[in-house]
Design a binder for this molecule. Structure first.
Ligand SMILES: [Zn+2]
Length: 593
């Protein structure tokens, strides 16, 4: 049987108990708003208060945010100042008029420079986002920006904030395609921000549960300490006896990592948490805080390379489930996976309460059938299911991916501050084209970055090829824990849509995401960590969920230019750790190999 690791559990509890414990969990403290084309009609270089026209519904939408306790800031590029097209006094007059029409903002952040000034505050640079968060007393991770063009979104994501794009006729289609989250207008954007905020906060949760409503959770709203193990935080189920909760997340390491916040939420309240995962998720499960026991079984209705479904296998799985002796089960899934086969087996072993997200009618298989719109980030899906089942994330447990602390990176990686390039992926369609990876290594090393190339046991040839003589090759020998340690010591990680992107998010390491659009970026992109997305969001593979690129030449990623990656690293504040290599030094290194 898998071992219990008490220190994991304690680490989750310690984090949950430290700091402030008032209130309800919150995704967002603040909303940052672009000005022209988002709050008010875009009148180029306007210095005239009389020409300020609010966008439709703006006042009502902003008041809804204010009423929900969200702070508001405007973040705007105003190059008209540098160009001399209006004065600071005129700008102030315009902003006074905006506040007259739309109500007060808690902060105004303005970049007064022109593009040619090459300042570090003009969006898409993230400096205004960082500055706004600081002024509002929060972090970029707890901010969401609403803007109308790609550079608004880029600035927000590069700071670690979330972003909603509200396109106008001036927005380029590719900017809309690349955005993690798109809303038709300001009102819709605001409604979705508030919906997502309340989906993880049970006090105001609107569940669509059909079989059974989640327990009343009004006690959580009160000022009483919310971290009660079996009292007010879970009022109506104490009679059902929910000491042991079985949580389930099958599939890969990345899937397990993105479910982590939901599992932490359960662990903060349950006496014992048992995680059922597949063999490919096992190593990640061992790194998750809050898990007492891990049980492993490949679920043939979920695994992408499933073994045949046989009576002996199902009998073995049923016996495993019975041995857990769970009082309650929460089945976490991705949006194309079904929880129902497992729910059926759990029913047969007498689990008292079963919760899951299911678009398919569950009959009597689920006690709580939770629904989530398509496109919500995977960790938020998990958090909202946990909350609906009566397990809100404690308000002082920051809603981010998190894994257990890892030892220092392996010596071969070199001193921390290197850039990790992870070219492979279990799904070829989501990995980097090898030629691009080779070119990236060469370019990065040339400008002075130290590069560490990582990869799994079946990617040895790939990482050796990509690393060449210029980068450290850690391919093959990298167990997940060692990979996590390597990632945790990096200045940034360059990776496709695959596990190490989520490892990076879990350790707060910025990500250059070379994201194949086979699945939605908003759902699977690195969550709440500084990120720059690259790649063609409109490539023909968009939305196909293909594991192998269906388009010759892998065009969604192969057209990325190395200079774009360098620009991305600059946006993320990652500078080369060595002086640029001269051509002679490069030649020397090559001849020495
Ligand atoms: Zn500036």
């Amino acid at each position: 049987m898998p071992q219990v690791e008490p220190d994991q559990r304690r680490s989750a509890r310690v984090v949950a108990r430290s700091g402030r414990v008032a209130g309800i969990p919150r995704l967002f403290d603040a909303v940052l708003l672009d000005r022209d084309g988002t709050l008010i009609e875009d009148v180029p270089y306007n210095g005239d208060p009389d020409r300020v026209r609010p966008m439709p519904g703006a006042r009502v939408a902003l008041d809804a945010l204010r009423a929900a306790g969200l702070r508001l800031a405007v973040v705007t590029n105003q190059s008209g100042l540098a160009k001399g097209l209006f004065t600071t006094a005129q700008l102030r007059a315009v902003h006074a008029r905006v506040e007259q029409l739309l109500g007060p903002f808690d902060a105004w952040l303005v970049c007064p420079h022109d593009e040619v000034d090459r300042c570090d505050c003009r969006k898409p640079a993230p400096k205004l986002i960082h500055a706004a968060a600081r002024r509002l007393g929060t972090t970029p991770q707890r901010c969401v920006l609403i803007g109308d063009i790609g550079r608004d979104v880029t600035a927000a994501l590069a700071a670690g904030a979330q972003a909603v794009l509200v396109p106008t006729p001036l927005t380029r289609p590719a900017e809309t395609s690349a955005a993690p989250w798109v809303a038709a207008d300001l009102s819709t954007a605001v409604a979705e921000i508030l919906r997502r905020q309340t989906a993880i906060a049970p006090a105001s949760h609107r569940s669509t549960a059909e079989s059974a409503a989640p327990p009343p959770l009004t006690a959580v709203e009160s000022a009483a300490p919310p971290l009660v193990k079996a009292g007010p935080a879970r009022p109506s189920r104490s009679s059902a006896g929910t000491g042991t909760v079985l949580v389930v997340r099958s599939d890969s390491a990345g899937d397990v990592v993105v479910t982590g916040p939901g599992i932490r939420a359960v662990a903060a309240h349950a006496r014992r948490v048992v995680l059922l995962c597949g063999p490919r998720g096992r190593a990640a499960a061992d790194l998750l805080p809050g898990v007492d026991t891990v049980v492993v079984h490949q679920l043939p209705w979920i695994d992408p390379a499933p073994a045949p479904t046989t009576a002996p296998d199902i009998a073995a799985l049923t016996a495993t489930l019975a041995a857990v002796n769970a009082d309650e089960a929460i089945i976490f899934t991705s949006y194309h996976q079904s929880p129902l086969p497992l729910a059926l087996l759990l029913r047969t072993v007498g689990v008292g309460r079963i919760s899951a997200i299911s678009d398919d009618y569950p009959g009597s298989l689920l006690d709580l059938r939770h629904r989530v719109p398509v496109g919500v980030p995977e960790p938020e899906r998990a958090l909202s299911l946990a909350a609906a089942a009566g397990y809100p994330l404690p308000p002082d447990d920051e809603p981010t991916l998190r894994l257990r602390p890892v030892p220092p990176p392996p010596g071969r990686a070199g001193a921390p501050g290197y850039v990790v390039l992870h070219p492979g992926s279990a799904a070829q369609s989501r990995g980097l084209p090898p030629d691009l990876a080779v070119e990236l290594v060469r370019t990065l090393v040339h400008v002075g970055h130290r590069v560490v190339v990582t990869g799994g046991p079946d990617e040895v040839a790939l990482t050796a090829h990509v690393a060449g003589g210029d980068a450290v090759d850690l391919g093959g020998g990298t167990e997940l824990a060692e990979l996590a340690a390597t990632v945790a010591g990096a200045a940034a990680v360059i990776v496709g849509n695959t596990g190490p992107a989520h490892l990076a998010a879990a350790y707060g390491i910025p990500v250059v995401s070379l994201f194949a659009p086979t699945v939605p970026f908003g759902q699977w992109g690195p969550w709440r960590v500084p990120t720059v997305r690259l790649g063609d969001p409109d490539a023909p593979c968009r939305g196909t969920r293909a594991a192998t690129c269906p388009v010759p030449g892998h065009p969604c990623l192969s057209r990325i230019r190395p200079e774009e990656v360098l620009t991305a690293l600059t946006l993320l504040g990652v500078a080369p750790s060595r002086p640029p290599r001269s051509a002679g030094a490069t030649a020397l290194a090559r001849s020495g190999r």
